[in-house]
Design a protein around this ligand. Sequence first.
Ligand SMILES: [Zn+2]
Length: 488
Amino acid sequence: MAQVRFLTLLTLISILVIGFESQGQTQQQNPGPIGPIAQPSASPTPTPIPLPPPTVKVDGYRTAAGRIIGAALTSDHAYARLAHLTDHIGNRLSGSKNLERAIEWAVAEMKRDGLDNVRAEKVMVPHWVRGEESLQLLTPVARNLQMLGLGNSVGTPPAGISAEAVVVRDFAELDRLGEKVRGKIVVYNAPFIDYGTTVVYRLQGASRAARYGAVAALVRSITPVSLQTPHTGAMNYDANQPKIPVAAVTIEVAELLQRMNDRGDRPTLRLKMEAKFLPDAESANVVAELKGTEKPGEIVLVSGHFDSWDVGAGAHDDGGGCIVAWEAARLLKELGLRPRRTIRVVLYTNEENGLRGGNAYRDAHRLEIPKHILAIESDSGVFRPEGFGLVASAPLQVRSNLQQIAKLLSGIGADQIATNGGGADIGAIMREGVVGASLDVEGSHYFDIHHTPADTLDKVNPRELALCVATMAVMAYTVADLPELISK
Ligand SMILES: [Zn+2]
């Protein structure tokens, strides 16, 4: 994600587009869209900001940084743990048995690691289930089509919904057709521009079509490439429109339907989905610490989200991010590097379809919020790290000091402090004033597999994962151990 400025888009989408509950009291209650919201494909030209000189002295941390990087790169611990999580536990949608098992396993393993104050902090989460689902082309030829229902969608009647398909490239085309889509299935065939731009079809497509009387909607997967791989992800209903079922189709299916549509074939489809919500389920944020020696009340937070979609294994999104945060703390403990301040690991629940974990953390730790020196989230995949994205609103002194600290990572090419960053889960405490950052990685292939059956361990490069661990550990350790605060 070299140029991904995640938070800008997250904020934009959250505020302008989705009405996400965590964004503010005025927003409607909606399960979130979430999932990493990525950058625009065109990188904004960074305007150089004149920064004050750094106040931190990092020369004394070179030895520690070298030990951390060496230990991370000579250990297969992180990869072995990610392998257990993905291969033996599997994907982890909120409310699922798998997520429960993952949480129990992490708590037990963190205790075995000797981390401090290990606990599961209870959070009630939405429990959406997919059930059986299928999409058939009925005419002009009979064929089964690849699809994945979108998270939070309603299902169809048991017999399915059979109707003519109408294919549009964008909302403008839908609006031009207007009432002509009544009784039909609207297929959005919007080409991928970048995630933040194109994901609006997934988020809003159903309600925008329902407004004109459509009976179901299909959305071309939000991805630049496809090998017949459908991508799921959260959608939201507009409370003022009828709720119609919505599913993702592959690029191949969307293009097939487009060709038929353009030829005047009037393709007909049958969509069957059993999707529904069950009552809210009990889940938890997993929390563990490397307690600080001198200022244990001051916190550097490192995090990822432990839930995933219910396909694939949630390897890059975001099992890898969780393992990076967790392994950073474990490695520091193993090396005997216990900083002055506390490093707190949080594996959030329910990022993908609700953000209840991030909100619950904020609510449970309200009094501690001013004591969070820095909050880092890793949720862009675990590819080769490039550094960190620091929230654009961060004080200039913090930016200057983090740039200085990041020099400790120049040997592994992870020394960039990008102009913006943050994360969906840490968003809740960032809105209360905590300085947030993302672990930034080379993300050119992230959206190839994001939210698909293909997000599995074989897509994770063990060395890149280890480099992510090293990057997170060096930054967290140095910020937590410096005699002075990064803001001073
Ligand atoms: Zn994620």
